[in-house]
Ligand binder design. Structure first.
Ligand code: TRP
Length: 334
């Protein structure tokens, strides 16, 4: 059975502290996919070396991202949940693919240009070939679908280019991977300050983390931007109010939302009450995930076992692919 399932691969940066935007924008999708596909979900610890050569906090970050993803419902028995650095074949495929990647096209990559601008004193070759390493991650499992956000589309296009070039130069070995987005399932989660979406780098008070304590969640929600309410029946909602209703849709019951919609339309809405309700529903949603994270994190034995189990699955698939790759390239002399 397993062999007939389509192969899915994605990488998760070990930056830790996932927020509600990560949950509804990515992880929830991964959790659904684990039932229908043969999934490889990888913690991209090697990629982080391109910008963070100091590895003091790496282990902690890797453990946190594993614990957070498991707490959200990723099941290490159903998927291969593994660390990039445990799959040594990655380095080998990365080397071969580097011969097929041209300096000019790598220099044109938007993420590369951004990183050069932000950090002009550390423009290392690993940074330049970041998309090649990402391609190696994907092609190692001959994955067809890659669930990623918009910001990764260019990297995916490069992965297709490198796969195509390899197939053309040697012989048909890799499927050309495509971004997989179940659009209706991917929800943009608005930030609490009424501007943009929730993200790590923006205002911390406007982002709800899966690790936030109950009173922090309540406090952040109560601080969300509102006003005195509409003065005309059935008026259009300002963006920041629309955002609050957007957040309610994620965690509140339908009848609760309907009540506040009608209160808004007939100008009787009390935003204090609405935010109290939203705060409680957010707590109700986030608390069980946070508790799960906190129960997994100290269990180093369990985390190690997850990593070993994931590495075994990923190594098996990578080993099979590399046999094909060496054969295709004529690198098997005996
Ligand atoms: N570059 C991706 C990011 O920044 C992480 C990543 C690494 C990845 N390897 C991957 C994503 C392979 C998809 C497939 O989020």
């Amino acid at each position: 059975m397993a062999a007939t399932k389509q192969i899915v691969m994605s990488g998760i940066r070990p930056t830790g502290f996932l927020h509600l935007g990560n949950y509804f924008g990515a992880i929830r999708n991964y959790v659904k996919m684990q039932e229908q596909f043969n999934c490889y979900f990888m913690v991209a610890d090697l990629h982080s070396l391109t910008t963070h050569p100091d590895t003091k906090e790496l282990r902690e970050n890797v453990e946190r991202v594993l614990a957070e993803n498991i707490a959200c419902g990723l099941d290490p028995d159903k998927v291969a949940l593994y660390c990039q650095s445990h799959v040594h074949e990655t380095a080998e495929l990365y080397l071969y693919l580097n011969m097929l990647a041209y300096k000019g096209e790598l220099e044109k990559t938007a993420t590369f240009k951004d990183k050069v601008r932000l950090n002009p004193e550390n423009v290392n070759a690993g940074l330049l070939t970041y998309p090649v390493l990402q391609t190696a991650d994907i092609l190692l499992h001959r994955a067809k679908y890659v669930p990623v956000g918009k910001d990764q589309e260019q990297h995916l296009e490069m992965a297709r280019t490198f796969a195509h070039r390899f197939n053309h130069r040697y012989c048909e070995t890799f499927p050309e991977p495509v971004a997989y987005n179940n659009n209706e399932d991917l929800v943009k989660v608005p930030s609490l300050d009424g501007s943009g979406k929730m993200s790590k780098s923006e205002n911390q008070m406007a982002t709800l983390y899966l690790a936030d304590e109950d009173d922090v969640i309540r406090k952040k929600v109560m601080k969300a931007k509102t006003d005195n309410g509409p003065t005309e029946m059935n008026s259009a909602k300002p963006d920041y109010i629309e955002n609050i209703f957007g957040l309610m849709k994620l965690v509140c019951a339908a009848d609760v939302i309907a009540k506040y919609e009608s209160d808004f339309n007939n100008c009787t809405i009390r935003y204090g009450d609405l935010k109290k309700q939203l705060g409680e529903d957010m707590v109700h949603f986030i608390a069980p995930i946070r508790e799960k994270i906190n129960s997994i994190l100290p269990d180093k034995k369990y985390l190690q076992q997850v990593m070993e189990q994931g590495a075994a699955k990923a190594n098996k698939s990578a080993g099979e692919t590399m046999q094909l790759v060496r054969e295709a390239m004529g690198l098997k002399y005996f």
